[in-house]
Design a protein around this ligand. Structure first.
Ligand SMILES: NC(=O)c1ccc[n+]([C@@H]2O[C@H](COP(=O)([O-])OP(=O)(O)OC[C@H]3O[C@@H](n4cnc5c(N)ncnc54)[C@H](OP(=O)(O)O)[C@@H]3O)[C@@H](O)[C@H]2O)c1
Length: 351
């Protein structure tokens, strides 16, 4: 690429927006041309508006940028949306209708029939829904919305993908232990979290029960035919800072054995690895054999936070097999996921 593509971030001051600025600071294909957030931040320097939460230093290149309103007037080839769902739906549509390609973290449009919900290793072919979206929403010009799944869904489905491909999936039980950063900033009140586990995260369980069926579904003509998998999810908020841990039991269509399951995960690579996309992990699934791994503190940053780490693979006396999967929620589960989607869009000439 001769010249980097200008990109803008909506919700740039939030937890996911900050991760995006970090990942984009030295990106080989993209450079940040605009940062946008709410009226509380508009007109301020980014360094004054963002309450910086990351261990890395705030990138010098954006420190003095003035935060702008979320209006479709940017010099940008790609819009990253890290807006809360309360406002994301309409703002993202405004950008798409004005001709911008929007790579979203928000849940609003994930299940729209003409919006691709994409994990590049799982269903890169679903990007073809963009043409359906552009034809259907006539005002869209070259613009469109593509979505990243829920942060727990991403790591669940990355782990399930080789099993679905090689053995077929019938039923899945998943229980999540989700980090505090998943609730954004300031998120859950400290007094509710100390010495506690919250056994409820608003709206989370339906996402885990429906999004995997779209992701593992097949694109037929101009629609996705959902995979017929029954999923039961239970979601909990725990007091880790970053990294969602999930315990998973699966029932397969074809009986297998532990070694075949393990090998299917270890050997799994896909389109982003073949295309050598800049943010793609070399190994999307890491399998740990120690009895007490993965752990959020030790394993969330493997492959720069872009891999899912599986461990405790064993037989299940109710379904067939069970395992633990861990993944970084604000990197692969959010900012890094939308960035990989954007790289895929470029590689597949949608931009
Ligand atoms: N955190 C995660 O692990 C995670 C994972 C996957 C997906 N997501 C999704 O990613 C999105 C962002 O999450 P987050 O955790 O980064 O949230 P956050 O920390 O609360 O940040 C929200 C951002 O949106 C901006 N904003 C709020 N209201 C706005 C408005 N009316 N108009 C324009 N901008 C507005 C805020 O700007 P100000 O600073 O100016 O208020 C801030 O930049 C959400 O949809 C969330 O569900 C989050």
């Amino acid at each position: 690429m001769d010249k980097k593509l200008p990109v803008a971030i909506l919700g740039a001051t939030g937890l996911v927006g900050q991760r995006l600025t970090e990942l984009l600071a030295n990106h080989p294909w993209f450079e940040i041309s605009a940062l946008a957030a709410s009226d509380n931040s508009v007109g301020k320097k980014y360094s004054d508006a963002a309450n910086w939460h990351l261990p890395s230093a705030l990138p010098d290149s954006i420190r003095s940028m003035i935060v702008q309103p979320c209006e479709p007037r940017f010099d940008a080839a790609m819009i990253f949306s890290a807006l809360p769902s309360e406002v994301a739906g309409e703002i993202e549509e405004n950008f798409a209708n004005a001709g911008y390609m929007v790579s979203s973290n928000a849940s609003n449009h994930r299940m729209d029939v003409d919006v691709p919900l994409v994990i590049p290793e799982v269903n890169s072919d679903h990007l073809d829904l963009i043409r359906v979206q552009q034809a259907r929403r006539k005002s869209a010009k070259r613009g469109a919305i593509i979505c990243n799944p829920n942060c727990s869904t991403i790591h669940l489905v990355l782990a399930l993908k080789p099993l679905a491909d090689q053995f077929g999936l019938k039923r899945v039980m998943v229980t999540t232990m989700q980090a505090l950063s998943g609730a954004g900033y300031p998120g859950v009140a400290a007094l509710d979290t100390l010495d506690n586990v919250m056994p409820y995260i608003k709206g989370e369980e339906p996402k885990l029960e429906t999004e995997p069926c779209k992701l593992l579904g097949k694109l037929e003509d101009d629609r996705i035919v959902d995979a017929k998998i029954r999923i039961s999810a239970a979601c909990n908020r725990v007091t880790t800072r970053d990294g969602h841990l999930e315990t998973v039991s699966v029932e397969l269509e074809q009986k297998s054995n532990l070694d075949q399951i393990r090998q299917s995960m270890i050997q799994f690579t896909s389109v982003p690895q073949a295309l050598k996309l800049p943010t793609a992990p070399d190994h999307p699934i890491i399998v740990r054999d120690e009895p007490d791994r993965p752990q959020p503190y030790l394993d969330r940053d493997v492959e720069k936070g872009m891999a899912s780490v599986v461990g405790r693979l064993r037989e299940c006396s109710v379904l067939d097999y069970k395992f633990v999967v861990l993944g970084h929620n604000t990197i692969r589960g959010a900012a890094g996921g939308t960035l990989l989607n954007a790289e895929l869009l470029v590689a597949k000439n949608f931009i």
